[in-house]
Design a protein around this ligand. Sequence first.
Ligand code: HEM
Length: 400
Amino acid sequence: AGASPSEVMGDTGIEGEVGRAGWAEPGGQSARVAVSSPVGTDTVPFHGPRQAGVDTPAQAHAVFLAFDLLPDTDRLGIERMLRLLTDDAARLTQGRATIADTEPELAAAPARLTVTFGFGPELLARVAPDRAPAWLRPLPAFPQVDRLDPAFGDGDLLLQICGDDRMSVAHARRMLIKAARPFTAERWAQEGFRASRGAHPTGTTMRNLFGQVDGTANPAAQTPHLDRVVWGVGAEQVGITPWIQDGTSLVVRRIEMLLDTWDELDRPGKERVIGRTLGTGAPLTGEQEHDEPDFAALGPAGFPVIPDISHLRRARMDVPEYGMLRRGYNYDDPRGAIESGAGLIFAAYQADVDRQFVPVQERLAESDHLNLWTVPVGSAVFAIPPGCAEGGFVGDVLFA
Ligand code: HEM
């Protein structure tokens, strides 16, 4: 026993970083696997005041898993479950096998794996009803646009599993479902993707399956703007106080995208629907992706260059202090009920759903040219509790 990582590296003959992860731990020599890829061994810290996977630069793959608590899973049962899930998530994200890992080799390359826990209304009701945020309930109905399928709605517990390698995401999914099984029933699962890591320079804004640059207006990483929008830091002057320090909310909307009819539009038509160019994502009044849109600019015929019903115009709030962090994933699922089966797992983080998300969704439901090609089929709201320290568990503050 006990070959050092560098010895094993020598065996593989692969140059590269031997990292922070790279070893599947228990199970003795046979379970040890050296991983030398800098993508595979990259880890995101699990422990800390805030959960990872929220403002972590989005990984290439995601699985969103929603569970229902079993009727007899009481407060104590929930605590036991959260302890087990936390322990598993802490290990897996750092490239270590879980205690009862049946395929420990699959844990060796986490590739920036993160596991983010979200709590639905029923979990809060069983654990700490007096600490449930007022906005933790299903969104109001938007009958103009919604075609909601309960198969993609709500849930008591959410695990958002993200990583740059589909294998480690699949392994984490299996291990976490096993741990949750005695306490829950699986409710829904949604799987999504972005461009592979390395396919584009780091920091490139993602594209959705309409080809649009999607995420331009998001608050930039590690800025006071993001702290305010997502974590509610210093947002009191616009009436937002986080429900709990270092916590936030997540809205998950599954939105079908009607690629077949979208293709009937020509390119300028597609660009007017959003108000941005397809090439660079620049506003129709600008040149570069991050240029400020000029909503007053008129075209030769006297109409606004960025149409009033464009998605950009409608989604932009008059109170810029609100905002949200959109961290969505594409899906391309031939089993989809509507036409192409492609769409977006729209996932938005904000400190206060009622103040920040609902008004935007109301405006979009009222009028947004994009509605002709998009159909929301799933909707769920979760409270994202703070992170935990080593030895603690996610949600422990609610049990204090
Ligand atoms: C902006 C696509 C649904 C809220 C954008 C942009 C695109 C886009 C291409 C412009 C670039 C950017 O800033 O990201 C889509 C697609 C959707 C969808 C394809 C459905 C499949 C939604 C929903 C909401 C939303 C459901 C919220 C209720 C926003 C916001 C912006 C935005 C807040 C930024 C507006 C600004 O510039 O201030 N979206 N979107 N989007 N979208 Fe969406």
